[in-house]
Design a protein around this ligand. Structure first.
Ligand code: SAH
Length: 243
């Protein structure tokens, strides 16, 4: 069993990471503050804690990786939401980005397709002190957890959450083969979706790359897209795995 402490050593390492991100000049202070606050070492796989505060992706099980902190910071910043915003995240993974969104005041709706990771994200968020399942209002089933500002689902992110739409922002944390129509429909007018979209077919020995895009719904029927830069994410896949 891992002990869920956030020691001075963890905090020191986290501060160094924040300093490194700050020096890149790409991030707003409020986003850096969130990265400085959320104990990332409690979200990575046991034994990999030493890698938690390097700016690299880290394995989280089920052949998935948690995005590197600078990518989480960038996607979060690009969402540009205010406290109280209802944000849909596709790809809960280990729950780290959910915690960052929560720290910045979002009500978090998050979908994960890997049955193995879904309970792990829940226990990570509990261990880090963000999610409370013993509250009277908490609802927990094998495919859905609702507690306070967290609404976590085992499901297919291509479908979004029509029952909870529209959202003040949508962040996709896996590389999408195309921009899912259902997600576009679930954006509020004026809101943004941050999504990495494949632009290169898988070539031998070469990872697929994505263009990170910001899609703004400018009116009921009109969307505007902006390309931010090249990124590399694990693939967005259809259906639920392992159920
Ligand atoms: N935001 C996560 C990043 C995890 S990596 C974090 O902070 O840890 C991306 C995740 O997207 C993986 O866990 C993968 O299983 C998940 N994923 C891929 N396709 C998906 C889909 N269609 N719906 C929901 N999750 C998906």
């Amino acid at each position: 069993m891992r002990d869920n402490q956030d020691t001075l050593l963890h905090k020191g390492r986290r501060n160094l990471l924040v300093q490194q991100l700050r020096e890149s000049g790409r991030f707003e202070e409020r986003v850096l503050k969130a990265i400085g606050a959320v104990p990332r070492h409690l979200f990575v796989e046991e034994g990999l804690e030493d890698f938690a505060y390097k700016d690299t992706p880290v394995a989280i099980g089920a052949s998935q990786t948690i995005s590197q902190p600078s990518t989480v910071a960038l996607e979060t910043q690009l969402l540009n939401f205010k406290p109280g915003a209802r944000i849909l995240e596709i790809g809960t993974g280990c729950g780290y980005q959910s915690a960052v969104l929560f720290y910045l005041g979002a009500e978090v709706f998050s979908i994960e397709r890997q049955a193995e990771l879904f309970p792990r994200a829940i226990s990570n968020l509990e261990a880090a002190g963000y999610l409370f399942l013993d509250e009277e209002l908490a609802v927990q089933t094998s495919t859905n957890v609702n507690s306070g500002k967290f609404h976590l689902y085992l499901g297919d992110g291509f479908l979004g959450l029509p029952a909870e739409a529209p959202f003040d922002g949508i962040v996709v944390t896996c590389g999408a083969p195309h921009i899912p129509q259902k997600l576009l429909e679930q954006l509020k007018v004026g809101a943004r979706m941050v999504i990495p979209v494949d632009f290169e077919k898988e070539a031998q020995g070469r990872e697929k790359k994505q263009m990170l895009k910001v899609i703004t719904r400018v009116s009921e029927g009109r969307y505007q897209a902006e390309d931010i830069g090249v990124a590399s994410f694990v693939p967005m896949l259809e259906g639920i795995n392992g159920k």
